[in-house]
Design a protein around this ligand. Structure first.
Ligand SMILES: NC(=O)c1ccc[n+]([C@@H]2O[C@H](COP(=O)([O-])OP(=O)(O)OC[C@H]3O[C@@H](n4cnc5c(N)ncnc54)[C@H](OP(=O)(O)O)[C@@H]3O)[C@@H](O)[C@H]2O)c1
Length: 490
């Protein structure tokens, strides 16, 4: 089940928010501590208007909440929720064992959740926290702990599996950006529910994911634990990536029991070693495209030549690295132009430029490499059998295609351009950057009526190749285009 936790400051706002949640979540958490002066009238008002089950919480400041009244008032308010027929009430274990017991023993239809929060760090004695909560005999026990590392999620998943075996209803959450994967997968591993936010910026706890994403993209309630395939993006940072939308919607469309997550990784070797049994495939982004190579068992020959991997596939237990940026860039270009007989200027000599260079060499009549660090540009040109050049020495009248494979113009420096607009006249201009979707370079090229190829088309094309490598299926280009227009173009 998905529970939407609301940040509403009063009952009218909460009633409005509840209407938005209708059909998008199964339970709504009312945080009474967010209300200015919560009263029993507020509780009745909301229960009268509920679109689904209501869970009432009133967190003290000591537990990360905002309630400024006395402990006596807080307890009285929560007991009033029970008397008025709330579906769920959350009482913190820190309120004391006898207080929790007084809730559990009340004559009621309300389910009691006894909760334990760890905002500072992930507890080393999670089992003893579990044992204490279990001893409360509450209907549901809840443990929410800040994830210090991605591996804390694995510890939590093991505990959820144990609770399921012992028939204990448990909610388990790892908080923070490193705990995001638990918010997607906990239900599959047995958590009674997962919490989500109404929208980005409306989180009541760190790392909450909008309910819309939990339901539509991640499909948290319909992921089946048996045979579930886990894919994801490894990088740092990963929070801006929208690839999870595309891949999850593709899995949904194809009816594949698989999920795509964002893994915020600090140490790629440690990640591959700890999570090797957990994932079935990976997308790889900055800064790990080269450094992941040493953790893999095999490399596809093209990835080997390029020296960078953007896709990992698990084949009979072996991790095999591929590079789909090369073919993706070719696909994106070929949608707009033929390559035969064309002269191309490629800006950059980093990972993406290398992939594009390998994709183009032999297919165009001349490839010129220009890079800020001339030595790196020269080295790549030599390796590819291409020409190393400087912007000022190029005969621009003979050039057909310009490709920007540098990070110049990428957010937040969206007003930067890798090359003066005077060079753009008549060219086909391809910018690999997709954040922003229309870079300054593409904007200027469009103003000069040049044909343009966007970084988004590269992104979609390389993702389609990843999908095929992982599933053996061809991604429907029309469906992908639709996803992009609906969810990725803001
Ligand atoms: N659309 C997609 O699906 C897709 C896929 C992959 C990558 N990308 C984008 O491609 C871009 C490059 O990624 P990458 O992995 O190739 O990065 P990288 O390996 O770090 O290479 C960066 C390149 O940009 C050049 N550069 C950086 N700052 C510069 C500046 N101020 N002036 C001139 N040149 C500069 C670097 O030149 P030096 O050698 O002199 O440092 C280098 O050639 C990123 O923006 C990334 O988001 C998009």
């Amino acid at each position: 089940m998905i529970c939407c936790s609301l940040t509403s400051r009063g009952r009218e706002e909460a009633a409005q928010d509840m209407q938005f949640v209708r059909g998008r979540a199964d339970v709504i958490e009312i945080r009474l501590d967010y209300f200015e002066e919560p009263s029993s009238d507020d509780i009745s008002y909301l229960l009268d208007r509920k679109p689904c089950a209501l869970l009432f919480t009133c967190r003290s400041k000591a537990e990360g909440g905002r309630f400024s009244g006395s402990e006596k008032e807080r307890i009285a308010l929560l007991k009033e929720c029970i008397s008025l027929g709330a579906d769920y009430v959350d009482i913190e274990w820190s309120s004391g064992a006898s207080e929790v017991s007084s809730f559990v023993k009340m004559e009621k239809s309300t389910k009691i959740i006894v909760s334990s929060h760890h905002f500072e760090q992930f507890p080393s004695d999670l089992d003893s926290v579990y044992a204490s909560l279990k001893s409360s005999k509450a209907d549901i026990i809840k443990i929410a702990s800040m994830a210090d590392s991605l591996s804390d999620n694995l510890v939590l998943f093991d505990l959820l599996k144990r609770a399921k075996k012992e028939s204990v209803s448990m909610i388990g959450i790892a908080m923070g950006e490193k705990g995001e994967i638990s918010r997607v997968l906990n239900v599959a591993y047995g958590s009674y529910l997962t919490y989500g936010s109404l929208a980005r910026g409306k989180e009541t706890a760190p790392g909450q994911i909008p309910i819309e994403h939990l339901k539509k993209a991640y499909r948290v309630s319909s992921l089946k634990p048996e045979g579930l395939k886990v894919y994801g993006l490894v990088g740092n940072p990963v929070s801006k990536s929208r690839g999870f939308l595309l891949h999850n919607l593709l899995f949904k469309e194809e009816g594949i029991n698989a999920v795509y997550l964002n893994f915020l990784v600090d140490d790629i070797d440690a990640f591959v070693s700890d999570f090797r049994d957990f994932f079935d495939g990976l997308s790889v982004t900055m800064p790990f495209k080269s450094s992941i190579v040493s953790s893999l068992d095999e490399l596809d020959p093209l990835a080997q030549k390029i020296g960078a991997v953007n896709t990992v596939v698990k084949k009979k237990g072996k991790l095999v690295g591929y590079n789909t940026d090369a073919q993706g860039a070719l696909d994106a270009l070929l949608e707009k132009t033929s390559l035969q007989g064309k002269k191309v200027v490629l800006l950059g000599a980093g990972g993406t430029a290398r992939a594009i260079g390998y994709a183009l060499v032999g297919k165009v009549s001349e490839l010129m490499i220009v890079n800020r660090s001339a030595d790196k540009g020269e080295e790549l040109a030599k390796e590819l059998g291409a020409v190393h050049a400087f912007l000022s020495s190029i005969d621009w009248k003979s050039v057909d295609i310009l490709i920007n494979a540098t990070s110049v113009g990428m957010s937040p420096r969206i007003h930067d351009m890798p090359i003066d607009r005077k060079y753009l006249d008549r060219l086909i201009v391809f910018d690999v950057i997709y954040n922003p979707l229309v870079t300054k370079l593409l904007h200027e090229a469009e103003r000069m009526r040049c044909k343009t190829v966007s970084g988004l088309s590269l992104f979609v094309a390389q993702a389609a190749h990843q999908f095929t490598l992982w599933t053996g299926k061809k991604a429907d280009p029309l469906f992908m285009e639709d996803c992009v227009l609906q969810y990725m173009v803001e």
